[in-house]
Design a protein around this ligand. Structure first.
Ligand code: ARG
Length: 460
């Protein structure tokens, strides 16, 4: 006996090279407590079906509890001879309660249905952590938005000055995107928690009359897989999680890019808190946005994890194939990446100081009120096509004169078009401009306040 889970039909043990390739304990050991929970549930199913006496079953539960305690204490370790977490835990259980009783636990289950279930359970837990962390970031953005309802900044398209907007409006745009990611995780949870593959065995189900529904409910799932082949061989739940993780990375990277840009001397929109920025080993004056840069960089890594996983899954025939073992490391990495990134990122956002004066000063520049002239003309009854032309002519005149729109005199306005009466000046302030955008979702302070209340309602 090689001590493996599958020695019987082999004459000699596996080559050391195969062992080295096959071994997964260095990454799947972190699933041990989930595997132990699965074993508890499976022991109940075996007991209920009459394959374990109450005494044997109790002894198995006791042994599993000992292993769980030792794991939590940090004294339970896999051996280099163990192939994977499942094999290691069986060996350790046999050491604890002996092979006679311990050897009964494996009946009616396979590592294939075990791993498919455990990985779901693991990701369900971590999805909760990640959701909470994303919500913390949303909260930080909402708090900053609340504190800056009076600050107007240059809104941009193509990175060019476009129209003035409230800083709060801009910050909340990021918050809504992140809230959708939390929604995505909730939606993913609904599907993933619906189905426990345990009981599917290797692929075909069990002949022992075990109840997969019992195991499912023991493990906190709503039900068991309707199809044992699908249950053991599908990993779309992993890919979908990896996608949401990548999407969170992308959404965070967009905020990150702005923090990086906004903290440059040229922009000078924000100042990073000392505790949430870094220095240079050579340039004493430096204060660097490393958190934001790491966020931007890690988005690439999260996308890579998703792409790699999809490539692994593509064209895999049914049912279980060992390729599926390659689903763990990338997604473990996505989980670890987000769980270390998000708290740091939220700390940086929560402590960011916005340069109100700089934003206010730049907001009207670059003719960002040109659209306001055009829309003012439309309200005066001018067709938009003509209004657009007239406002464009104002911009051209300003460029010739080297001035901003508000600097044009009444005469100069009238020269461009008789429709441009002096009351056009109502919209030639950034305050007037933002106040006029009162449609739902617009940047008018009254709407942004409503928006903030709506977001807070969703957070509650
Ligand atoms: N460790 C494997 C995985 O992560 C499960 C083991 C299944 N092994 C096997 N030879 N069927 O997918």
């Amino acid at each position: 006996n090689t001590g493996k889970l599958w020695g019987g039909r082999f004459e000699g043990g596996p080559s050391p090279e195969l062992d080295a390739l096959s071994r997964s304990t260095h990454f799947d050991w972190r699933l041990a407590l989930y595997d132990i929970a699965g074993s508890h549930a499976h022991a109940k199913a075996l007991g209920a079906a009459g394959y374990l006496t109450p005494e044997h079953q109790a002894e198995i539960h006791r042994g599993l509890d000992v292993l769980a305690q030792r794991y939590t204490d940090g004294t339970l370790q896999p051996d280099p001879s163990d192939e994977d977490v499942h094999g290691a835990l069986e060996r350790l259980l046999l050491e604890e309660i002996g092979p006679d009783i311990g050897g009964r636990l494996r009946a009616g289950r396979s590592r294939n249905d075990q791993i498919a279930t455990l990985f779901r359970a693991f990701l369900l837990d971590h999805a909760q952590t990640v959701s909470r962390q994303v919500l913390d970031l949303v909260e930080a953005l909402a708090t900053q938005a609340e504190a800056h309802l009076d600050v107007i900044m240059p809104g941009r398209t193509h990175l060019q000055h476009a129209q003035p907007v409230l800083l709060s409006h801009h910050l909340l745009a990021h918050a809504w995107a992140l809230l959708r990611d939390v929604d995505r995780l909730a939606d993913w949870r609904r599907r993933t928690a619906a189905e426990s593959p345990y009981g599917g065995g290797a692929l075909a189900g069990s002949s022992l009359g075990l109840d997969p529904e019992l195991v499912a409910s023991e493990l906190g799932f709503l039900g068991s897989s309707p199809n044992s082949i699908d249950g053991t061989a599908s990993r779309d739940f992993v890919a979908e999680f990896a996608y949401v993780a990548a999407q969170i990375g992308v959404d965070v990277s967009r905020i990150a890019e702005e923090v990086i840009l906004w903290s440059t001397r040229e922009f000078d929109f924000v100042t990073l808190h000392d505790s949430w920025s870094t220095g240079s080993s050579i340039m004493p004056q430096k204060k660097n946005p490393d958190i934001a840069e790491l966020a931007r960089g890690k988005a690439g890594r999260l996308i890579g994890n998703l792409s790699g996983l999809m490539a692994t899954l593509k064209a895999l025939p049914l049912a279980y194939n060992r390729d599926l073992q390659e689903d763990k490391e990338p997604v473990f990495d996505s989980v670890d990446t987000l769980e270390v990134l998000l708290p740091a990122f939220t700390g940086m956002i929560a402590t960011l100081v916005y340069n109100r004066d700089r934003m206010t000063e730049l907001a009207p520049q670059g003719f960002s009120l040109a659209t306001d002239i055009a829309e003012w003309l439309v309200r005066e009854g001018v067709p938009f096509r003509i209004a657009h032309e007239v406002a464009g002519a104002c911009v051209r005149r300003c460029e010739e004169l080297g001035i901003e729109l508000a600097d044009l005199t009444d005469e100069q306005f009238a020269e461009i078009s008789p429709a441009l009466t002096p009351s056009v000046r109502e919209v030639l302030t950034i305050e007037g401009s933002v106040a006029s955008r009162t449609g739902r979702g617009g940047t008018a302070p009254v709407r942004v306040r409503e928006q903030l209340a709506e977001l807070r309602g969703r957070l509650a």
